[in-house]
Design a binder for this molecule. Structure first.
Ligand SMILES: *[C@@H]1O[C@H](CO)[C@@H](O)[C@H](O)[C@H]1NC(C)=O
Ligand SMILES: *[C@@H]1O[C@H](CO)[C@@H](O)[C@H](O)[C@H]1NC(C)=O
Ligand SMILES: *[C@@H]1O[C@H](CO)[C@@H](O)[C@H](O)[C@H]1NC(C)=O
Ligand SMILES: *[C@@H]1O[C@H](CO)[C@@H](O)[C@H](O)[C@H]1NC(C)=O
Ligand SMILES: *[C@@H]1O[C@H](CO)[C@@H](O)[C@H](O)[C@H]1NC(C)=O
Ligand SMILES: *[C@@H]1O[C@H](CO)[C@@H](O)[C@H](O)[C@H]1NC(C)=O
Ligand SMILES: *[C@@H]1O[C@H](CO)[C@@H](O)[C@H](O)[C@H]1NC(C)=O
Ligand SMILES: *[C@@H]1O[C@H](CO)[C@@H](O)[C@H](O)[C@H]1NC(C)=O
Length: 459
């Protein structure tokens, strides 16, 4: 059957896929290197912004899933506005959005099935006992690509934000993209707007590249985190621009006693060339859900504007776990409340069953080559009494202050470490090392940094 082109006429009632193997590009010009290819309209898709395409996405992906072990398949979303509820991905699969394609998240709750609670959270984040599926959901997959020539996914999140604020949700809001228990995931060259809650949430997964995303939500929208690596190993986030109502990137690994029990850390994570705007949240948060541990995170070439803080560690009693071997360099921060922030009394537990004796370990936190302007507080570093945050190293950091800076620039409690070439001068708990000294940054690269993108070509 190689080379056979099966063209369905518009009046065809049977759904099928075109096999474009060796035939070249699909009608809208994309070729993503998979053996099999289909266009959403082959499965009844209507791109008028009003007709639901939930069934069309399901029919298309169910059909294409049969090719997982035969060269894989790509689904092309052509120009148009494609309204849909939640749909599920398959393995060895590329979802490609044309530059003028917009996937619109349905605002009808019946289009969103409930999915299992996350074992490392125990409870739903918005409503304890239930969770809506994400708009694009995948579990137990291998080799999944979500990409486009900067096509758009619009979560149409406003009604969800309203219901959340009014306490009217019976289930935790959907995320935009959630991938669980999967390996080899690439999400790149897309614009994502107005997610109901978090945008990109890979969890219990490995070998992930997130690149070239423009992520935008109103800075007042609730919990619209940009990218949340959660209990993931070997992950790269690069060249992303994020404006949102919550942390631009939030590194996580489960919540309280549930995260401790599952014990799946996030480790071997690279975040680079990120631009962030988030007036009430962090550029990069480590936590607050960090109970499975966070280790070996390399952060570089970060720009943040009008953001509450640079990197923020968020933890507290009952969280357990650890945050260690964190390396950051070359951060440019403009208009910040706190250039450096560590919070050891972050509240919010999944339920009263948490163990207040479960103390987090914070160790070997290294920041260097930081320029911050128009800053209100240089640092607020709150460790936990009896659980000192240690191994903190900050070198070559130049902070200039707002016109009306606070008097206590470095407010430090229960922390231990060193500084070098830092202005304004740090607190006594972070004494200055004599002589030239740079905080460490690993030289060897992580395996994910040499994985090629599974790019599409388009004309
Ligand atoms: C997607 O898969 C999950 C887990 O298997 C399932 O619970 C959910 O209903 C599926 N969603 C759709 C839209 O079929
Ligand atoms: C998915 O993978 C997880 C972890 O390996 C496993 O516990 C779960 O049963 C798998 N689910 C399915 C539907 O295969
Ligand atoms: C993608 O689209 C967004 C929104 O229109 C735009 O801001 C961004 O510059 C585009 N990215 C590229 C690489 O063209
Ligand atoms: C939430 O649950 C309550 C009680 O089970 C029900 O009356 C209400 O209609 C539900 N609301 C939504 C938005 O589903
Ligand atoms: C200090 O950091 C700035 C900003 O990243 C950089 O341009 C400069 O070269 C660094 N200085 C040293 C001595 O490393
Ligand atoms: C400096 O920061 C303040 C908030 O602290 C803000 O109102 C002001 O616009 C900023 N100035 C500049 C030049 O960005
Ligand atoms: C310094 O931090 C402590 C918490 O550790 C806080 O209670 C106090 O108000 C802060 N002081 C100033 C002047 O901001
Ligand atoms: C992604 O977009 C960038 C910027 O437009 C472009 O240079 C690059 O070739 C695209 N990458 C792929 C793999 O499509």
């Amino acid at each position: 059957m190689l080379g056979l082109v099966l063209i369905l006429t518009e009046t065809s009632t049977a759904y099928g896929a075109r096999d474009f193997n060796k035939v070249g590009h699909t009608p809208c010009g994309a070729k993503c290197g998979r053996k099999h290819s289909a266009v959403l309209t082959d499965f009844g898709g209507v791109g008028d912004g009003k007709t639901s395409n939930t069934k069309a996405f399901k029919a298309a992906i169910d059909h294409l899933s049969q090719f997982a072990s035969d060269g894989g398949a790509e689904l092309i979303v052509p120009p148009g506005k494609w309204l849909t509820g939640s749909f599920n991905l398959t393995s060895h699969f590329t979802l490609f959005l044309h530059k003028d394609a917009v996937i619109l998240g349905s605002q009808d709750e019946s289009e969103w099935p409930l999915v299992a609670l996350l074992p490392s959270y125990g409870k739903g984040r918005d409503a304890p006992n239930a969770r809506f599926s994400s708009l694009i959901y995948g579990t137990n997959l291998t080799d999944v690509v979500i990409t486009g020539n900067n096509g758009t996914i619009d979560g149409q999140g406003a009604p969800w934000w309203t219901k959340f604020r009014a306490g009217q949700l019976n289930a935790t809001r959907p995320y935009m993209i959630e991938i669980l228990h999967s390996d080899q995931i690439q999400i790149f060259n897309l614009t994502l707007i107005n997610s109901p809650s978090w945008f990109v949430h890979p969890i219990y997964s490995s070998n992930i590249i997130v690149k070239g995303l423009t992520i935008v939500a109103p800075v007042t929208s609730p919990n619209t985190d940009g990218i949340d690596p959660d209990s993931c190993t070997n992950m790269l986030i690069e060249d992303c621009f994020i404006v949102s109502g919550d942390d631009c990137v939030a590194v996580k690994s489960g919540w309280g006693q549930y995260g401790i029990k599952l014990g799946k850390p996030t480790k071997q994570l690279v975040i680079r060339r990120l631009t962030c705007i988030s007036p009430d949240s962090a550029t990069i948060a480590l936590g607050s859900e960090m109970s499975g541990g966070i280790q070996d995170v390399r952060i570089e070439d970060i720009t943040a504007l009008s953001t509450q803080s640079g990197i923020r560690i968020k933890t507290g009693r009952g969280r357990g776990g650890y945050v260690k071997d964190i390396f950051a360099r070359r951060m440019t921060l403009k208009t910040m409340k706190y250039a450096f922030w560590m919070t050891g009394n972050y509240g919010s537990h999944p339920d009263p069953g948490f163990d207040p004796k479960a103390l987090p370990v914070i160790d070997r936190i290294n920041y260097r080559d930081v320029v911050a302007e128009n800053v209100t507080y240089s640092a607020r570093l709150d460790g936990i009494a009896g659980d000192t945050f240690k191994g903190i190293c900050i070198s070559n950091a130049t902070i200039t202050l707002t016109e009306t800076p606070k008097k206590l620039q470095w407010n430090c409690t229960n922390v231990e470490g060193v500084t070098s070439n830092v202005t304004p001068k740090a607190c006594d708990l972070l004494p200055e090392k004599q002589g030239k000294f740079d905080c460490p940054f690993p030289k060897a690269r992580l395996p994910i940094e040499s994985v090629p993108l599974k790019a599409c070509s388009f004309n």
